[in-house]
Design a protein around this ligand. Structure first.
Ligand SMILES: Nc1ncnc2c1ncn2[C@@H]1O[C@H](COP(=O)(O)OP(=O)(O)OP(=O)(O)O)[C@@H](O)[C@H]1O
Ligand SMILES: [Mg+2]
Length: 262
């Protein structure tokens, strides 16, 4: 990767500017429903009998059990986490998925803004710091009911048992660069800051977020926070990816409901 820092150091560095500070962020290569995947986590899950991702009804729930989703049996609908670097398409996918599946969509950044769920202010990045405990408290009731799609660019502070499946969206660097740069230009324009120095600040955020994606910070965080059997990368580069992802997740939800309806 060409960086001198060790992976934990890089991770710590990236966390400090990406994962804890929702406001500063300017902002697959696996097929979850079939066995033709190059993702080892998916492979492992597919090999298990009763994998809900492949519709084996004979021995339900190997992956759900592995997830620690102990309340799954009492829920009618699963909880889904969409995570990934800013700009990879979590909100685009989450909203469309919610509208087609009937599940409820929760954007943690919006929730925090609306409820002012912050714990101080980061001067360096000029943004509020998320109060993770209050976010968890705020979401606890609806998560225990099930049927919630959560969208956030961090995932290690949510209770592990909340989620039955975790998708980490991934975008190629060149594509992500264009998306984030477009945001930068828009934000500069809105803030009339082209000549004020804010542009340079935004460029730093852009670079930081690209590094976050390059080093797979969110994917590693997801693997470190949830059973790897339930963590799945999803490509999010082009509109066809969006459609594929939605269709695959809809199939997975359908199968989950079947598996948990008796
Ligand atoms: N599969 C896709 N193909 C092409 N463009 C996409 C795709 N998914 C998202 N986009 C575009 O990428 C941009 C960023 O998407 P979006 O806002 O959903 O990302 P995000 O992950 O929610 O970012 P943030 O974490 O900053 O909220 C939007 O302009 C969106 O239209
Ligand atoms: Mg978003």
């Amino acid at each position: 990767m060409g960086a001198s820092a060790t992976q934990p150091e890089r991770r710590g560095l990236l966390r400090s500017y990406c994962l804890r500070h929702p406001a500063h962020c300017l902002t697959r290569s696996a097929d979850p429903t079939c066995a033709r995947t190059s993702d080892p986590a998916m492979e492992a899950c597919h090999r298990k009998p009763g994998n809900p991702m492949v519709g084996d009804e004979a021995a339900e729930g190997a992956c759900a059990e592995a997830s620690g989703a102990s309340a799954a049996k009492t829920m009618l609908l699963p909880n889904i986490l969409l995570t990934g670097t800013p700009g990879v398409g979590k909100t685009t996918l989450g909203k469309e998925l919610a509208s087609r599946s009937g599940l409820k969509y929760v954007n943690v950044g919006d929730l925090a803004r609306e409820g002012q769920l912050y714990d101080g202010y980061d001067e360096e990045y000029d943004c509020p710091i998320l109060d993770e405990d209050r976010v968890v408290d705020e979401l606890e009731n609806q998560m225990s009911e099930g049927g919630v799609i959560v969208d956030y660019h961090g995932c290690d502070f949510f209770p592990e048992h909340w989620f039955h499946i975790v998708f980490v969206l991934k975008t190629d660097n060149s594509v992500l660069f264009k998306r984030l740069e477009t945001r930068n230009v828009a934000i500069d324009y809105l803030s009339h800051s082209l000549a004020s120095g804010l542009r340079g600040y935004n460029q730093k955020k852009l670079k930081d977020n690209l590094q976050c994606e390059i080093f797979q910070v969110l994917y590693e965080e997801a693997l470190g926070s949830y059973k790897e059997e339930i963590v799945h990368p999803l490509p999010s580069n082009k509109p066809e990816d969006l459609e594929d992802n939605i269709n695959q997740i809809l199939k997975w939800i359908e199968q989950w409901v079947k598996d948990h309806s008796s």
